[in-house]
Write a protein that binds this ligand. Structure first.
Ligand SMILES: [Zn+2]
Length: 112
């Protein structure tokens, strides 16, 4: 499962980033609308792997980054909610993705 390996990489990032002797209560991540990550599956996978790790008390907070594309034909920049949509201005399909493919851990919420 795709989301399980993502959850494991979130755990690995948190383990590297966390200062010693803190309780992590939240992991804040950004997920792009075009990243093909199922946020519900990711939350489920996160809950499944966090036991007996430094994230056992942590919640996963997901911030969705909207997809954004630029049309190669008319330079129009627009919101792209999913792949397979043409440019709304000229109906062209030559699109450059500007935003929305990322998945990154932005911060950890900790309790001293
Ligand atoms: Zn266009």
């Amino acid at each position: 499962m795709h989301e399980l390996s993502i959850a494991q990489s979130i755990l690995a990032i948190a383990q590297k980033a966390a200062p010693p002797d803190v309780i992590i209560t939240g992991v804040n991540i950004q997920v792009g609308e075009l990243s093909s990550i199922e946020t519900e599956s990711l939350k489920f996978a996160f809950t499944a792997i966090r036991d007996e790790t430094i994230l056992q008390k942590a919640d996963l907070n997901i911030d969705i980054i909207p997809g954004e594309a630029q049309c190669a034909d008319c330079s129009n920049i627009f919101h792209l909610p999913a792949f397979g949509h043409p440019c709304p201005r000229c109906q062209g399909f030559s699109l450059k993705i500007l935003k929305g493919r990322e998945m990154k851990v932005t911060s950890l919420t900790v309790e001293e």
